[in-house]
Each structure stands twice: as structure tokens, then as C-alpha cells.
Design a protein around this ligand. Structure first.
Ligand code: BGC
Length: 261
């Protein structure tokens, strides 16, 4: 637990499920105020608010499309109107689908890039403007992926969006460092979330993925949320522009694990 987080306000995009809900819950346990953004899953967002309040924080569910400037602004306004400020902004919302690149529709390309990359830009833009205008020490956490580094056939649009997030994070971290604003990435590997529920419920597919992880297991959303809490806290006060991989070692070239090569 990080006592300095109590009473601080966070916006978590895509908070209605998976890693987003786990972060909302952890922030609730830190006694924070959390704006839980959702796009279509109002039930999931309301459930997350309940979880936050049970954990000891305050929550507010807000519908918004993070791929639109008005959506990001709506989240900022909701946080200020309800909780009086914003201290931490987590650009977590993300989507993915599998498609061979030569068959990938422009619609799917645009959907993935809009949510995963443009959404990070727009959320960062409104948060940065608010931090700069108010001379506020700000903190932005972007949800990247191991696929900001590892190519992923069948997911070129997804990998491109995460590669974009990596350099966007590094650039904004550098651009705003003098204003005392930190910007970092979390790079989750294979995590047990609704996106992956079907895949990991099948023991063969679970084993196939676990086999690409040196720790040989799939991670839990709470393990990613712990990284978010640390990055949000003052314990990481000298950390900016990094990707903190939470991946059981997936980015370490696991094919070499037994000394092959
Ligand atoms: C994806 C998951 C995938 C994992 C490891 C993540 O970014 O969202 O679907 O299992 O990377 O490949």
C-alpha cells in the first residue's frame, strides 16, 4: 500500500473489465477516487464501482469513447466535477482481433489504431493540458503490451498500435519531464482477462502460451494492477519513459531458456 495515494483521483479508461477493473480495484484499496470509463459495458463498469467502494475508495462510472476528443474531455470533466481534480490518468482501453494482414479490413485496422493508439494520444492530451495549465505534478500510465517489442503475426494492427504507444510514451515523458509530469508504460504479457478467457480455458492453448513464458504460467490482472499502483505512487518518483513489462519473462527470448542456441 502507498499511503500518499489516499484521496488522489485517477481516471482509468476501459475500466469495465480485465486489467482495467483490477487497476480500479487496487486504486480503491489505496483509498483513491476512480473514474471508471467504459464504452459499452455499463454493467461491468457499475460492478467495478461497487468493487472500488467495497475496497474503501470512491468510484464513478462514465461512458465515453476514448477514440474521440470529446470522450477524453468528458472523462476529465467528470473527474473534476465529482472529485475536484485528476492526479493519475491510466490509458488502459484496448481492443484486438486476429486477421492475416492481407485480409485485414481497413475497418478493423482503424478500430484497433483508434482505440489503442489515438485513445492514448487523446487521453494524454487532455490530461497533459490539465496538468500543465494547473502546474500540477501529473502521472500518466499507458497500457502497452509485450507486443510493443515482440512481432505478432495475425495481429499487425495491434502490434503497430503498441509499437506506437511505446514511442508516444517515451516522447511525452521527455517532453513533459521538466514540468514534473511522469509518463510510463506497462507491458503485460499473457494475462487471464476476458480478451483471453476462451483461449486459456482450453488446457492445450493454455500450455501452448505458458510454454512461451519462462515462469510457465499465465499472469493475473492483479499482478498488472500492482505495477500500476507502484507507477502511480511516489515510490517510482524517478521513473519516467519506461515500459515495465509484467510478463513472467515473455520478452526474454524464451526459446533460449534451456541453453539452446
Ligand atoms: C494480448 C494477449 C496476448 C498477450 C501475449 C497481449 O498484448 O492482449 O491477447 O495473449 O499479449 O501474446
Amino acid at each position: 500500500m502507498y499511503t500518499e495515494l489516499a484521496g488522489k483521483t485517477a481516471v482509468v479508461t476501459g475500466g469495465s473489465k480485465g486489467i482495467g477493473t483490477a487497476i480500479a480495484k487496487r486504486f480503491g484499496a489505496e483509498k483513491m477516487n476512480v473514474v471508471v470509463n467504459y464504452f459499452s459495458d455499463s454493467k461491468g463498469a457499475e460492478a467495478a464501482v461497487k468493487i472500488i467502494e467495497e475496497a474503501g475508495g470512491k468510484g464513478l462510472a462514465v461512458q465515453a469513447n476514448v477514440g474521440e476528443e470529446a470522450g477524453a474531455q468528458k472523462l476529465l470533466d467528470a473527474a473534476i466535477n465529482t472529485f475536484g481534480s485528476v492526479d493519475i490518468w491510466v490509458n488502459n482501453a484496448g481492443v484486438e482481433n486476429r486477421s492475416a494482414t492481407h485480409e485485414l479490413s481497413l475497418e478493423d485496422w482503424n478500430r484497433v489504431i483508434t482505440t489503442n493508439l489515438t485513445g492514448v494520444f487523446l487521453g494524454s492530451k487532455v490530461a497533459l493540458k490539465y496538468f500543465v495549465d494547473n502546474g500540477k505534478k501529473g502521472n500518466i500510465i499507458n497500457m502497452s503490451s509485450v507486443h510493443e517489442q515482440i512481432p505478432w503475426p495475425g495481429f499487425a494492427h495491434y502490434a503497430a498500435s503498441k509499437g506506437g504507444v511505446k514511442l508516444f510514451t517515451e516522447t511525452t515523458a521527455m517532453e513533459y519531464a521538466k514540468q514534473n509530469i511522469r509518463v510510463n508504460n506497462i507491458g503485460p504479457g499473457a494475462i487471464n482477462t476476458p480478451i483471453n478467457a476462451k483461449k486459456f480455458a482450453d488446457p492445450v492453448q493454455y500450455e501452448e502460451t505458458a510454454g512461451m513464458v519462462p515462469m510457465h504460467r499465465i499472469g493475473d490482472p492483479e499482478e498488472v494492477a500492482a505495477a500500476a499502483a507502484w507507477l502511480a505512487s511516489d515510490e517510482s518518483s524517478y521513473v519516467t519513459g519506461v515500459t515495465l513489462f509484467v510478463d513472467g519473462g515473455m520478452t526474454l527470448y524464451p526459446a533460449f531458456q534451456d541453453g539452446k542456441g
